[in-house]
Structure formats: structure tokens, C-alpha cells
Design a protein around this ligand. Structure first.
Ligand code: ASP
Ligand code: MG
Length: 406
């Protein structure tokens, strides 16, 4: 008998029919002989609606009260799913994060899990119950309800799986798994059978939103195998596991395309020690994280430095860049939010040469200009103009024959 944690996303629980179907699926898993702990998200767009409501009442609602409010969405799901299981004749008990003993720090709306007690979960499992846990929430040491940040139910599921020593954590959602690329952009994209934790981490942070990156980190840290699959299909999805040798044979596992970055450039910066330090200290002091940086070779003692930030941080980044520009003698600052980041990810690329050349060739053949490049052991990213993004992703996907393998 194994212990399985299943997490159901909000889109799987939107109406009565779906809740009944999920209940039947959970029961079937239990009947196959395993112990089942289910973590649920708020139904549909409940969380968004609650956030909107809060802002209609108060433009700047206190974060503690936001957590009081938002945590209710998951509680509703947990109670309803438990009732549906009862209606189908099985024992089940629902718990809030507090009742399960998910202890977090006190950073409301983005709390970190510190410890999970899980005694009550174990007790109920021993009594043969299916246990349903409201995701996304915990309690701090003073007894306040906290939430874990948007998408945080995944984190609840993975953390519980780690603490309970589950055989695996199934993330049941509205897609069939992780694909070689977003099928809405690249129609011939193919579902992947396995992806390593590190590849998934890169893909998640580059905009493949199937999974929340903090939950992949947690799964990696505690070696919890993840299985991403569709809530209403029996097809196997994608396994996310520790890499093994055989996974290195594939150079490129997947492609991501993200339009969430913007570029800021300094033109004509004097090429001397301390300039970059000053610039990036200022950016860091404004709590802006920088993704990519390039500095051009200097001409006559002057060079250009460009960097990318999240689009939401662009205004702040420009203000900081202008301030630094005044301090270092007034170089020109420009910004561009019409860019896209197209990346290839694969643990195999570190051991092979020529992968970057192949990617650049694919772009060249389509006449796509590369504005910036950054590489790591398992990733190559290119910044291109936003209008070229989709074309670039398709061309690279074809070049690496990602649609044809099985
Ligand atoms: N309901 C929360 C959100 O929408 C948490 C989750 O769905 O995982 O962000
Ligand atoms: Mg949600």
C-alpha cells in the first residue's frame, strides 16, 4: 500500500458535476489500495474574485485580512469535495491548513512553510479515511492564518507529500502534462513522458505555467516524484523526477516563450571599474531582480549595457537607471517592452557541442534578429523582438525535431 498525494486545481472543481467526478476519481484511487491525501485549490476564479472584492472595499487591504479572506476559497473546495465523497459512500475528512498544522512564517500573502505536523492527517488515514486538505494556507506562530502566494496549493501538496513520505504527488490539472512547447503556439508540440526537476525548474521560471516553481524546488529538495496529469483523463501525464543518465541523451527537452520581460539600456557608459556595480546596486536596492545582462565591447572608452527585468518592474527600473545615469555623468537610457525571451532547456546540452549554433541557425533562417543571449548549463535564452517570438519558437522546435520523437 502506497500513500499518494493528489492535488486538484481550481478548474477541476468549478461545478457540481466536476466535483462529483473528482470524488469518484479519488475513491477509485483509494479502492485500488492506496492511502489518499487530496489537496484542493479554490474553485475557478474564486481567488481573483475575492481579491477584486477586497479592493472594492478598501484600496489597500491589510495583508493579514487578505489571508483571512483568500484562504476561504480553498476551504469551500475541501468541504464540498468531502461531502461529494460522503455522498458516494466513503469516509473522508477535510482539514484547513491550520488544522493540519502547516506552520509558516508571518509574511502574509507570501508565507513560507516552516514545519508540518500532519498528526491529524495520519490519524484519519489510519482510520481508513480519505483526507482532503485546503491548499495554499497555513498558520503563523501567533495563530494568524497565512497564505503561500498565488498558485500556492501546489506547494501545500508537495510539502505534504514530503512530510508524509508519499510515493508520489499527482498534480491533476487542465492539461495532459508538460509539452515540448506551448501547444497553443507550436501546434506540433508533444507531451513529454519525463522531465527532470532541473529542467522543470527552468521551464517554470521561463514561463511554462503548468507548475509553480517553488513547488518544483520543494519536490527536488525532498525527492518527491511529481506526476502532472489531466484531472478528467486516465492518460499518463508527465513524470518529474531526478535526472538519470538516460535523460542526458536528449539535447533539448523543451522550448519556452515568455513575453514577461522588458529591456533597459544605457548608451555611452564610460568603460571603467565601478560603473556596473553602481548601476546594479541601485537596481537591487529597489528590489528589482535582473534576468539577463549584456555589455557591448567598448568603442573609444564608451560602451552600452543592457539588462532585462520583469515587465511589472520596468517603470521602477527606468527611474533607477535615470538616477544612476545622472550620478555617472548622464549617459542615455532607453527601454523596450516589446521583447520576447525564447529559450531551449535540456540537461543533455551541457555534454554536447553545437546546440547553441543550431538554435541561432534556426533563428537566422527565419530572419529573426537576436538582441541578447544568455546561457547556463541546461538552458540557452535569446531575447528577440516580441513580434518574432512565435515564429522563433516554431523554428527552433522544428530544428531540434521535437515534434517527431516519441
Ligand atoms: N487559489 C490560489 C490561487 O489562485 C492558490 C492556488 O490556486 O494554488 O492563486
Ligand atoms: Mg488557483
Amino acid at each position: 500500500m502506497a500513500l499518494i498525494v493528489q492535488k486538484y486545481g481550481g478548474s477541476s472543481l468549478t461545478d457540481v458535476e466536476k466535483i462529483k467526478k473528482i470524488a469518484a476519481r479519488v475513491i477509485a484511487a483509494k479502492d485500488s489500495g492506496d492511502e489518499i491525501v487530496v489537496v484542493v485549490s479554490a474553485r475557478g476564479d474564486t481567488t481573483d474574485k475575492l481579491i477584486k472584492l477586497a479592493h472594492q472595499i478598501n484600496e489597500q487591504p491589510a495583508e493579514r485580512e487578505m489571508d483571512m479572506l483568500l484562504s476561504t476559497g480553498e476551504q469551500v473546495s475541501a468541504a464540498l469535495l468531502t461531502m461529494a465523497i460522503h455522498a458516494q459512500g466513503k469516509d473522508a475528512t477535510s482539514f484547513t491548513g491550520t488544522q493540519v498544522g502547516i506552520a509558516t512564517d508571518s509574511s502574509h500573502t507570501r508565507a513560507k512553510i516552516l514545519k508540518i505536523d500532519a498528526k491529524r492527517v495520519k490519524n484519519k488515514l489510519e482510520k481508513g479515511h480519505i483526507v482532503i486538505v485546503a491548499g495554499f494556507q497555513g498558520i503563523d506562530y501567533e495563530g494568524n492564518i497565512t497564505t503561500l502566494g498565488r498558485g500556492g496549493s501546489d506547494l501545500t501538496a508537495v510539502s505534504l507529500a514530503a512530510v508524509l513520505n508519499a510515493q508520489r504527488c499527482e498534480i491533476c490539472t487542465d492539461v495532459e502534462g508538460v509539452y515540448t512547447a506551448d501547444p497553443r503556439i507550436v501546434p506540433e508540440a508533444r507531451k513529454l513522458n519525463v522531465v527532470s526537476y532541473d529542467e522543470m525548474l527552468e521551464m517554470a521560471s521561463l514561463g511554462a505555467y503548468v507548475l509553480y516553481d517553488r513547488s518544483v524546488e520543494m519536490a527536488k529538495r525532498f525527492s518527491v516524484p511529481l506526476h502532472i496529469r489531466h484531472s478528467f483523463s486516465r492518460n499518463p501525464g508527465t513524470l518529474i523526477i531526478k535526472e538519470d543518465k538516460s535523460m542526458e541523451d536528449i539535447l533539448v527537452r523543451g522550448i519556452t516563450l515568455s513575453k514577461e520581460e522588458a529591456k533597459v539600456s544605457f548608451h555611452g557608459v564610460s568603460d571603467k571599474p565601478g560603473v556596473a556595480a553602481k548601476l546594479f546596486q541601485a537596481i537591487a536596492s529597489a528590489n528589482i531582480s535582473v534576468n539577463m545582462i549584456i555589455q557591448n565591447v567598448s568603442k573609444e572608452g564608451l560602451s552600452d549595457i543592457s539588462f532585462t527585468v520583469a515587465k511589472g518592474d520596468l517603470k521602477k527600473a527606468i527611474a533607477m537607471a535615470r538616477k544612476v545615469s545622472r550620478q555617472i555623468g548622464g549617459c542615455k537610457v532607453s527601454a523596450d517592452d516589446g521583447i520576447a525571451n525564447v529559450s531551449i532547456v535540456g540537461i543533455g546540452m551541457g555534454r554536447h557541442s553545437g546546440v547553441a549554433a543550431e538554435m541561432f541557425t534556426a533563428l537566422a533562417e527565419e530572419g529573426v534578429n537576436i538582441q541578447m543571449i544568455s546561457t547556463s548549463e541546461i538552458k540557452i535564452s535569446c531575447i528577440v523582438s516580441e513580434k518574432d517570438g512565435k515564429k522563433a519558437a516554431r523554428a527552433i522546435h522544428t530544428k531540434f525535431k521535437l515534434g517527431k520523437r516519441n
